[in-house]
Design a protein around this ligand. Structure first.
Ligand code: FAD
Length: 388
């Protein structure tokens, strides 16, 4: 449980030779310490060169979902991602499950886990507690997010009275709590509440200046939106790696949800094709269209020099594995480092040109379909459907 008596602060020293003491709440979990086998930081993995390939999971609510999650994790583990991340429920509703699953990944797999954390409904004391819990289960990488108002993501954001207002403050809190690597969110189509690109960029760069080591984007369908975001932040002198988030659409519901939340532009041709397949109840065609589009987008982004890919898996492995196959990505695709069992290995790295397996392939500058995607027709690459 996170609710506890207001903590009495006491001094904790960071370590030998470190003069600066910091406060730790009595009764709060211990803050990060050096572990015998230290889990790698994403920042170290990214600095090692190469690209980052990662998978995102959600904490399960039921026993059945738990089994599905672990099946997906075990099926994706051989791909040796740079890291995997676990989301934090709106309103902090899944916090115990998120910490438990993330800790289990750290303890029982070869994968490097990233725990998401949001400021929603949390006082600073509670946030410190969750950060401490992450440290206790061996999680040293945290994705620091503001979160959305529970129930209605588009509603006015109201911070907790003793909490934090924006993600930059959470970045600072996590960074000041120990030896953590911190990621943040980025929005190729701008954050839905940002009035303009200028302010969106300014606040994104502020998160990086607060100490963020990397960023992951919201899902998007137009490569140009990602490239424009990258240009905007680079013009501000910010070189934090921004990893594009890829959502392979395997059901129409996913796209319609995105449209309903108003957070994402879906190419009309893609939507048309998905709807046609849905009307015919042709699930195989629908998934081929969605996976083919995502693979072509991913290939274009790698060709444009993106520092990797982050796959929204929805706790399923098949679409991600199919995209790996379409792109010709091998195991440990980053070339820098795979999971914890494969640090520094370039074996099985990306094949093809330096720009990546589909590198250099151009798409019409006006946007639309990435090359390699032919709506209703053949997709590029040898597409042998994965059935498991
Ligand atoms: P912020 O960076 O705080 O930005 C929010 C808005 O405030 C933006 O418009 C920004 O420009 C503005 N802003 C920022 N700083 C300031 C400032 N100092 N002054 C004024 N305005 C400011 N949600 C969950 O609940 N759980 C998850 O696990 C989760 N995972 C996610 C993973 C990824 C990769 C992404 C992209 C999003 C995720 N989200 C998650 C959603 C996220 O919490 C929401 O999109 C939220 O609305 C924004 O979070 P943020 O961290 O970008 O907020």
């Amino acid at each position: 449980m996170l609710s506890h008596m207001p903590p009495r602060p006491r001094l904790v020293r960071r370590g030998p030779g470190d003069a600066a003491p910091r406060l730790r709440a009595a009764g709060a979990p211990r803050l990060p310490r050096q572990r015998a086998t230290r889990a790698p930081l994403i920042s170290e993995l990214l600095k090692a060169g190469g690209r980052s390939f990662s998978f995102e999971f959600m904490p399960p609510k039921t026993q059945l979902e738990e089994q599905q999650l672990w099946r997906a994790i075990r099926q994706l583990e051989p791909l040796k991602p740079t890291f995997v991340s676990v989301t934090y429920g709106a309103g902090g509703s899944t916090r115990d499950r998120t910490v438990r699953v993330t800790g289990k990944i750290a303890a029982q797999t070869s994968l490097t886990p990233v725990g998401h954390l949001t400021a929603v409904n949390h006082s600073v004391a509670e946030l410190r507690h969750v950060i401490g819990s992450y440290a206790d289960v061996g999680v040293r990488n945290v994705l620091a997010l503001r979160g959305d108002p529970p129930g209605n993501p588009n509603a006015e954001w109201v911070p907790h009275p003793r909490g934090l207002r924006h993600a930059d403050e959470l970045v600072r809190l996590v960074k000041s709590s120990g030896d953590f690597c911190v990621g943040v969110a980025a929005f190729p189509e701008l954050h839905p509440r940002s009035p303009d690109a200028e302010s969106d960029t300014r606040y994104f760069v502020a998160k990086c200046r607060a100490g963020a080591d990397f960023a992951i984007t919201q899902m998007f369908f137009y490569a140009e939106d990602y490239l424009r975001l990258r240009d905007r932040i680079s013009r501000q002198g910010c070189d934090v790696p921004v990893i594009p988030g890829i959502m392979p659409v395997t059901s129409l519901r996913v796209v319609e949800k995105a449209l309903e939340l108003g957070g994402c532009k879906v190419p009309p041709d893609l939507l048309d094709e998905l709807r046609k397949a849905d009307e015919k109840d042709d699930k195989a065609a629908l998934r081929e269209i969605g996976v083919g589009y995502a693979a072509a987008l991913a290939g274009r982004l790698l060709g444009e020099g993106a520092p990797g890919l982050h796959f929204y898996t929805l706790n399923r492995s098949r679409a991600t594995r199919e995209i790996y196959q379409l792109l010709g990505l091998g195991m440990g695709a980053s070339g820098a480092a795979g999971g914890r069992g494969d640090r520094g290995s370039s074996e099985g790295g990306m094949r093809g040109s330096p720009e990546g397996p589909m590198g250099g392939r151009a798409v019409p500058p006006s946007g639309g379909y990435p090359e390699g995607f032919a709506p209703g027709g053949e997709q590029s690459g040898s597409f042998a459907p994965i059935t498991a």
